[in-house]
Design a binder for this molecule. Structure first.
Ligand code: CO8
Length: 260
């Protein structure tokens, strides 16, 4: 169905808001990723749109990351299709000509964190219960090199190295302290603050800003483009291992048990 990503365009401001609405946790399923990419491409090609704010319509959760069920007990063909969709989302967002601001209004593990990291600027609701980070190691899986590169470009090598090895999920205040998010605001002010930041970025001429963004990000983008098929094959062989499948199943069990 075509309603996991709500898009609102304010034509007079030239700013769109993309709201993730895929309950219960905005996991990044193949359907979600496909819809996200189509919506982003439409905005990218719309001359009336110069900036996008990414946020969630699900209370307390920005995105729970990649949909784990897409990576469990599926065919090789399915893994390939899913992984290409994950790559596509990142490639489009990281290379976007638009100003991208993440208004992180809830928890944001793994792939959710990647979406935020891929934006130009991150504002998070200052609720200490909300956490964000690349926690792949906790699931017994390894963040791909381009997740790592994106993370390093935001927080630097030292912080990325320990955070990735430990699979850390950082509380909002800690995420701010290590530079993973640029600022914290009370949740009720998040939307206004994102709009104000967007205005500030849009005050500059698009062309100079876009070329500068490309200059900063090109090396990291080129690396995935050059090794895209290899990265797909790598994902397939890793995720198909029985030991990895077992880790993912145990992690899903743990999520379910935590409830009762
Ligand atoms: N995928 C699929 N289902 C999920 C996911 C997910 N990522 N996260 C949660 N769910 C499900 C739960 O199993 C639960 O299902 P059910 O209702 O059937 O029991 C339902 O969503 C609700 O979850 P919770 O009860 O846990 O909801 P809470 O509000 O208590 O917590 C959280 C929300 C904080 C988001 C919590 O669910 C959580 O921590 N989820 C796991 C997040 C996570 O670790 N994601 C990592 C995914 S891996 C990834 O993104 C990058 C992988 C890179 C691949 C590299 C391989 C080579």
């Amino acid at each position: 169905s075509n309603n996991k990503v709500l898009v609102e365009l304010d034509e007079s401001a030239g700013v769109a808001t993309m709201k993730f609405k895929s309950p219960p946790v905005n996991s990044l399923s193949l359907d979600f990723l496909t819809e996200f990419c189509i919506s982003l491409e439409k905005l990218e090609n719309d001359r009336a749109c110069r900036g996008v704010i990414l946020t969630s319509a699900v209370p307390k959760i920005f995105s729970s990351g990649l949909d784990i069920t897409e990576m469990c007990g599926k065919s090789t063909e399915h893994y390939a299709e899913f992984w290409r969709a994950v790559q596509e989302m990142w490639l489009r967002l990281y290379s976007s000509n638009m100003v991208t601001v993440a208004a992180v209004n809830g928890s944001s593990p793994a792939g959710g964190c990647l979406i935020a990291l891929t934006c130009d600027y991150r504002i998070m609701a200052e609720n200490p219960k909300f956490s964000i980070g690349l926690n792949e190691a906790q699931l017994g899986i390894v963040a791909p090199f381009w997740f790592k590169d994106t993370f390093v470009n935001v927080v630097g090598h030292r912080v990325a190295e320990s955070s990735l090895q430990l699979g850390s999920l950082h509380s909002a205040p800690e995420a701010h302290r290590i530079g993973l998010v640029d600022e914290l605001v009370p949740e009720e002010k998040l939307k206004d603050r994102a709009t104000a930041v967007m205005q500030q970025w849009l005050a500059l001429p698009d062309h100079a800003r876009q070329l500068t963004k490309t200059m900063m990000r090109k090396a990291v983008l080129d690396r995935l483009v050059a090794h895209r098929e290899e990265d797909v094959q790598n994902f397939i062989s890793f995720i198909s291992k029985e030991s990895i499948q077992k880790s993912l199943r145990m992690y899903m069990e743990m999520l379910k048990k935590k409830k009762s």
